[in-house]
Design a protein around this ligand. Structure first.
Ligand SMILES: NC(=O)c1ccc[n+]([C@@H]2O[C@H](COP(=O)([O-])OP(=O)(O)OC[C@H]3O[C@@H](n4cnc5c(N)ncnc54)[C@H](OP(=O)(O)O)[C@@H]3O)[C@@H](O)[C@H]2O)c1
Length: 240
């Protein structure tokens, strides 16, 4: 398939490398200027953000959530047939407080509104390290699973198949409205679960507690934590 990626942070670059490795055509852009791609470990062809939306089947947007409004003009020009995938999560300390989300709007619904388009929410509940290093072939015992949410079933299934191809089981986490169950602060968020465990974790999500638990992890977070420490911290906190 032909992919465009906007955003060359850890998630965007890891996805670019995995896609190229699997034989897909990839173009990758920075949301601001192409020069910002210099020195980054990207795979595929570096292009300007204006060029990233041409001749592609899927556009993957991997930028901080608060930056979404700045790429609306680009997304407006993307053909209707292009599947738009968003990897973002909301953190008020980074994204500034967004009133609608603070008042309970589901993050992916807010993103979809800002972009003026339906989206598929994927690659959002695995840490960058997990995405890069912990993919395994289909059928592997203990294979880690990823949540995929979206309103268009055929688009969602295309992205679920892609996730499977890239090394992870895919769990259909429902519509965008349902996707609060995978947001930061919930048991499904960055806890490295199998398909069965992730399905149960989505059911366990508690909307009342999620933001409090999300912020509790941020308070406890420190630079010295290993990847394993972070997964354990998430598991302990989000299941408390
Ligand atoms: N990292 C993870 O483990 C992880 C896991 C799951 C989901 N996510 C989500 O995926 C998205 C991408 O995260 P990430 O950690 O890969 O990278 P990131 O640090 O959010 O950066 C992604 C891209 O956005 C650009 N960017 C940053 N600030 C910008 C601004 N004000 N205007 C325009 N572009 C800007 C960055 O450019 P520069 O490099 O030039 O600043 C980079 O190309 C985020 O929404 C994040 O919440 C992250």
């Amino acid at each position: 398939m032909r992919f465009g990626i906007i955003g060359a942070g850890p998630i965007g670059t890891i996805i670019s490398k995995k896609l190229v490795k699997n034989g897909h055509d990839v173009k990758i852009a920075d949301a601001r200027e192409i020069e910002r791609l210099e020195g980054k470990e990207i795979a595929g062809i570096p292009v300007s953000v204006e060029d990233v939306i041409t001749n592609i089947d899927v556009l993957i947007i991997s930028i901080p959530l608060h930056v979404m409004p700045s790429i609306r003009n680009i997304v407006d020009k993307a053909g209707e047939e292009i599947i738009i995938v968003d990897t973002s999560n909301y953190y008020p300390f980074r994204d500034n407080k967004i009133e609608e989300i603070e008042n309970g709007m589901v993050e992916s619904v807010w993103v979809s509104n800002q972009l003026g388009r339906p989206i598929i929410k994927a690659f959002s509940n695995l840490l960058a390290y997990t995405l890069e290093n912990k993919g395994t072939p289909e059928g592997t015992s203990g294979r880690i699973a990823m949540t995929i949410a979206g309103n268009d079933l055929s688009q969602k299934h295309i992205i679920m198949d892609l996730v499977n191809e890239l090394g992870f089981d895919a769990v259909d986490s429902g519509s965008l409205t349902d996707s609060w169950r995978q947001q930061p602060g919930t048991p499904a968020y960055c806890t490295e679960l199998t398909k069965e465990e992730l399905t149960k974790a989505l059911k366990k999500a508690d909307a009342e507690k999620a933001t409090f638990l999300r912020d509790k992890v941020i308070e406890k977070f420190s630079a010295g934590l290993s990847h394993k420490d972070i997964v354990n911290l998430n598991r302990e906190t989000y299941n408390s």
